[in-house]
Design a protein around this ligand. Sequence first.
Ligand code: SAM
Length: 278
Amino acid sequence: MLYIVATPIGNLSDITLRAIEVLKQCDLILCEDTRHSIVLLNHYDIKKPLKSFHKFSEASSEEAILADLKAGKTIALISDAGTPGIADPGTRLIQACIREGIEVVPIPGPCAAIQALVGSGLDTDMFRFIGFLPKQDGELRTILCDAMNDHSTTICYESPKRIQDVVALIREIAPNRRIVIARELTKSFEQYIRGTAEEVTKQLAETEIKGEIVLLIEGASANEIQEWHQLSLPEQVEWIERTYQLSKQEALKFVAKSQGRSKRDLYNLLVQNRPIDT
Ligand code: SAM
């Protein structure tokens, strides 16, 4: 059996009784960095064999782990912090176990994305988690464009080094959109910076941002979504190009995706003035 065990994201007390029980009873613990996890395991007097399992070894170690599981071993997977599989290794192994008929049991616990969402004050009824933001400028603009036109709250992970630039970009695109920076959650310097993109930009200019960060972006309002749908397709492409400073190709791709159409259909309409097949 494979247990997926969530561990603290800062405060060592944030671990469930069941997680400790599972870690004390399993045969083997898989962890990203043994030197990192040993601190938590020593704190709870958990003495079990540890094996390193990180994004670079996930594929190569799979066969041996599956063999152990098939032989009846109980294995617990943890990551450096939070829930394994969430912007952390685990998904590939979980998929392999499901394929092989091996039972997978997740043990609930901390996850920075969910913690940040709950404390953000933004809408929690509909949200999407998109992991780490891309570094490349065009990809980042496309992802933000997606977030701005979606009515659910977007949650992403970002490094303190880049957060100012990302917030500046959101401000450029939508100065009145509410955003939240959730920083150092569950730790001594836990902080939520809340406001419009304009306000948060000003706050960031006054504070040096350090530590671990979750960025949340408010979803588009019903009015914004309605206005967007009232634009014709060429107007949508033009608006995306202008607002997000994307190339025509990128804007076409975005609009095609949002309409459930192929890029070729939209290209025919816009460039060659041919009707779109329905
Ligand atoms: N699996 C983890 C989870 O469940 O949240 C996420 C792992 S991911 C490699 C690490 C990123 O999560 C950090 O760069 C940061 O964006 C976010 N994160 C983790 N701990 C955090 C904390 N205490 N406060 C704010 N963000 C945190």
